[in-house]
Design a protein. Structure first.
Length: 267
């Protein structure tokens, strides 16, 4: 069972990086070069389209536009209800060379913790952090984030949900824990570009939430450099396309089929 869990964790972490553009376009480019040996025109067309798409996604103006298309999040009214908890959605974890500390929260997780710390101090509500493993032989992201939230920010974490493998399970398992604790709604903290999928996930599991997104990562055209390749644009493009694919999948029922409420005891 441990081997199956490790393999599942590996493929969940690796396949999106391989298949989703921009990286996914590299395979089409290579395939076009192979096809070119037998069907020259078709191969040239495949390689040319892939190369053009790679360049487009590397431009800050395109990466910024894709991210901006996800960030128009409006607060949701709860009809007089007051949120009773704060949910922080886990993001990434990274390996470390320290033999005693195998992993630590990644930059996305750190950004969410920083945003959540401000809200926790303002609202004084209990915190739930949700997120399973994102790498083989690594602790759950929720544990990494909770340890840092307590140790570095000096703020308590009431619940750790460590089984969720995706955003829908984040919502389902968190709702299950909070309902058992008698909490009927919560504030949810995540990136603005990730919030639309989080909202959809919580709606589909029937748990009322108030979005508290990080500040948007919108981009305005400033000059010629916005049309020149930059690695940060590829990162933005990847996150945006990943989210759009997830949104489409959730709207077609992928969220409803992604697992049952967690049986793990919250700690």
């Amino acid at each position: 069972m441990s081997l199956l869990n490790d393999l599942s964790c590996f493929f969940r972490a690796t396949l999106p990086l391989i298949l989703i553009p921009p990286a996914g376009l590299i395979w089409w480019l290579l395939l076009g070069l192979v096809v070119m040996r037998r069907r020259r025109r078709l191969g040239i067309a495949m390689a040319s389209v892939s190369l053009a798409a790679l360049y487009a996604l590397s431009m800050p103006v395109v990466g910024g536009a894709l991210i901006s298309s996800l960030e128009a999040v409006q607060p949701i009214a709860l009809g007089g209800q007051q949120p009773g908890a704060i949910i922080i959605l886990g993001a990434d974890g990274e390996r470390t060379p320290d033999p005693l500390l195998k992993a630590e929260p990644g930059p996305l997780s750190l950004q969410r913790l920083a945003r959540a710390a401000i809200i926790v101090r303002a609202k004084n509500l209990p915190v739930l952090i949700t997120g399973g493993k994102v790498g083989v032989d690594q602790p759950a992201v929720a544990d990494l984030m909770a340890d840092l939230f307590t140790g570095a920010f000096g703020l308590p974490v009431e619940w750790r949900e460590t089984a969720a493998e995706n955003t829908c399970q984040n919502a389902r398992y968190s709702a299950d824990i909070l309902r058992k604790a008698g909490i009927s709604s919560a504030i949810v903290v995540t990136h603005a570009w990730h919030m639309p999928r989080a909202i959809l996930a919580f709606r589909q599991v029937g748990y009322p939430m108030v979005p508290a997104p990080l500040h948007g990562d919108t981009h305005e055209i400033r000059g010629l450099s916005d049309f020149l390749p930059h690695t940060t644009a590829w990162v933005r493009s990847f996150y945006a396309l990943h989210e759009w694919i997830g949104l489409v999948a959730y709207r077609f029922g992928a969220c409803a089929a992604s697992g049952q409420p967690s049986q793990r005891d919250p700690t």
